[in-house]
Write a protein that binds this ligand. Sequence first.
Ligand code: ARG
Length: 464
Amino acid sequence: MEKPWGGRFKKSTHKLVENFTPSISFDKRLYRQDIEGSVAHAKMLAKTGIITEEEAELIIKGLDEIQEEIKTGKFEFKHELEDIHMNIEKRLIEKIGPVGGKLHTARSRNDQVTLDVHLYLKEEIDSVLELIVDLQKAIISLAEKNVETIMPGYTHLQRAQPISFAHHIMAYYYMLERDYGRLVDCYKRTDMMPLGAGALAGTSLPIDRKMTARLLGFSSIYENSIDAVSDRDFIMEFLSAAAILMTHLSRLGEELVLWSSAEFNFIEIDDGFATGSSIMPQKKNPDVAELVRGKSGRVFGNLMALLAVMKSLPLAYHSDMQEDKERLFDTVDTVKACLAVLSPMLITLKVNSENMRQAAEKGFTNATDVADYLVKKGVPFRKAHEIVGKMVLECIEKNKSLSELTIEEFKSLSPLIEEDIYNEISIKKCVESRNSCGGTSFENVRKNISRAKENIISKQKPLL
Ligand code: ARG
């Protein structure tokens, strides 16, 4: 097939190259954005008198029909035409004749492709943001039901201090809040229009880039044509934000895996969100949580891949950059799928509050509270730490919990201890009394939840 760029070539493309260079298998996904960009470009060309209004109308009508052909599966994508841009342009010329060849005036595939990706990513950031909010809502609803559900908090995966389960799960709400912020930020830098850069240096034709930007809903335009076609930092920024988001989701996934094990038995995953084993009839596996954990790997890989592609590339466009799209598409699909599945999974989760509480009662999670009790009686914290360390040792030897020590046993280690110790170190009291700002007290957790709900209501409108 004759190439749109075939003029200066004497020989045809080698078969191996025909299969090696095309991006159509994956960039056909950008057809809607490609057509949207072309329609705006045609309108601008007409407005500035570079083509006539009639020519623009013909072009736009042709593009609309092509959009319909693609939507209804009637369009034949040809890999000899390399990419979505040339597939659409060639079809346009086929449909409306040589006037179709005027569409590519004052434009190059270099600025066209990055325009398409900017349009695509703006939409996708918006849908990822929506999914983040959905997950935050699911977290809030789980937290609301569990303010007074007490579990052991862990450090080093060893029982540390008793906490409200709602407090623990709300930690993810705040992580997601920062992910949201990072994406809103990334959106600002994606909301810039590169079209009009041409191949790299701009054009001598009297184009109006601001008009095209307005038509396409961009807030600003790239001020430097070389920058416009050379960089993919807006994609790298999205991939970075997505990678950080996936670290959060992977930690949540990991906790769901741990908590649903018989060893913890803190939660039961709803049947609809678990799977069985082909050999062991008793199994109920947390595959969804495992896959969320596992899929973080590919998102990190996508970021690394694009960083490696972009590193040290001299300006301006290179075909290397064609490698950006699969990494971006895979990241968008993966992140959206993980967010979407986690929300209903959390809402349907069964919490075994009794087991959580029993676990919190064991492991001396109130040891810090005994030390704080002594601190309130004037004992320096270091000394109190040592005394309680000895108490714990005694408990281990006698196979008791701290609250099971008799008052005599307490007094033998510190005469300052009175009967009120039992109330002070009850697991519930330990949680309730941690009311420092940001602490796990029920009151704080309730406040956090209600503030989070207000925050969610205030950000219901999409960025687009
Ligand atoms: N398929 C190309 C890409 O994805 C489009 C731009 C091609 N430009 C060029 N001069 N070969 O980057």
